[in-house]
Design a protein around this ligand. Sequence first.
Ligand code: SF4
Length: 475
Amino acid sequence: MLTDKFKEECAVMAVYGHQEAANLTYLGLYAMQHRGQESSGIVSSDGTRHAAEIGMGLVSEIFDEQKITALTGHAAIGHNRYSTQGESELRNAQPLSIMYHNGPLALAHNGNLINAKALREQLEKEGSIFRSTMDSEVIIHLIAKSRKTRLLDQVVDALSQVKGAYSIAIMGANEIIAVRDPHGFRPLSIGRLGSGYAFASETCAFDLIEAKFSREVAPGEVVVVNEEGMFSHFPFPPELKRHCIFEYIYFARPDSRIFGASVHMVRKEFGRRLAQEAPVEADCVVPVPDSGIVAALGYSEQSGIPFDKGIIRNHYVGRTFIEPTQSIRHFGVKIKLNPVREVMEGRRVILVDDSIVRGTTSRKLVKMARDAGAREVHMRISSPPTIHSCFYGIDTPARSDLIASTYKVEEIRRFLNADSLAYLSIEGMLFAVKGRENDFCKACFDGDYPVTTPAMEAQLMLLDDEPVAVKRDID
Ligand code: SF4
C-alpha cells in the first residue's frame, strides 16, 4: 500500500560470544522491524562454518523455532531490508553470505554507496561476477580482491574505496567487524551481553535482548570483536560528522538513543519549537499516528492546547492487504487511519505530522478531519519542507514528486485544503540538537550534500534542469 513517507532504510544486528547468538539476533531484528519490512536474514557462525536463513517478508514470517535452532554458533549477524538500491527480491536480501579464499564471509549493510555503480563497472571489467543488484555487494568483491591477509585489513582496504553512507556488520569465520562511515550518516551502537557483544542500528534492540548499551561505534571507527576481546581502529581520514537528521524526525524508534541523544526527547523538542514558531488558536492537538505522536506531545506541552488522539491507526494493515477494486477504492486512507468524530466535531484541530512528501496523504487527512466535523484544520509539520532527494540510504521519491520542491507553502496549504499550514524551520530543527548543529546532514531540506561523486553532481545538475513534472489541482 502506498505510503506518503520517506522510506526507512535497513537494520543491522550482530551478536558475538553468546551461545544463543542467532536467537538474540532474531529478537534484535524483531525490535527493528520498522527499519525494513521487505526481507530479513541471519547468518550464524560456530567458529568455522556459517549457517544462513534469509527470506522475503517480515521477521516473524521468515523465522520459526526450527530455523533459529539450525543457526548454530556463538556469533551471528542479521539484517532487515527496505530496498534503496536493487529490486526487492530474494537475491538482494541480506546478509550477503559467501565463501572466499579466507573462508566464510557475511555482510549486513545499512546505507547507500554513492560510487557503487562506477566500482561495480570496474570490478565487472576485471572479471567479477555479481549475483545481486545491490550496492553492498561491491564491498564483498573488494574484500575478496584485497591482497591483504587479515580480514580487518581486507575490510579497511575495501572501505577505503567506497564513498557514501554505511553502517556495516561483517562476519568472518570467528570474528565480527562493525564499521561506520567517516561521516556517521547511519546509527550503529555497541552493547554488552555478559562477556559477549552486540551491535545494533538502534538501541531499542538492546532493550529487548537485555544487552547493556555501551557506546556508539564512532564515525570512521572499525570495531573488531573476537575471542581476544574488542579492538578499536580508526584507519580512515577523519571527516565532518553528518548524521542523518531524518532519523530523529521519523525513522528511528522513539525509545532508541542515537547520535548521543534520545529520539523521543529530540522529536518532542521539534514539536515544542514548532509551537513557538507557528502558534495558532485551536481546541486540540491531534497527531497523525504513529509518526506525529511525539512531536504533537511537544506542540501540546508548549502551546498549552490539549493533546487528543483524534485519529486512530489500524496497526494490522500489512503488506498482504488486498487493494479494493476501483469501484470501492474511495475509502483510501481510512483503511489505515480513521478519525474519532467525538474529538473532531465542531472543534479547531491542529494536525501534527512529521513530514509531507507528496502531499497526497495529508490532503486526505485534512478531508477526513473535516468530514468528521472539524471546524478548522491547521496542519503543522515537525520538519522543514523536503525539497531534495536523499542519496545516503533513504528511499525518496523523484524530486519532481516532492510537493515542496515545486510549490510554496501557501500553494501546498491550498492543495491540502487546510486552514493554515506551517513547517518547522531549519533553524528550529537545529535548535532541538543544540550544541551539535553542525554534526548533521540535512541535505533533503537544503540540498547541501556532504559527500558527492562526479556522477552524482551530474545527476543533480540534470535534476536542477528538470521540468516541473508535478501536476496538481492546486487551484
Ligand atoms: Fe538523512 Fe535527508 Fe541527509 Fe538523506 S539527505 S541522510 S534523509 S538528512
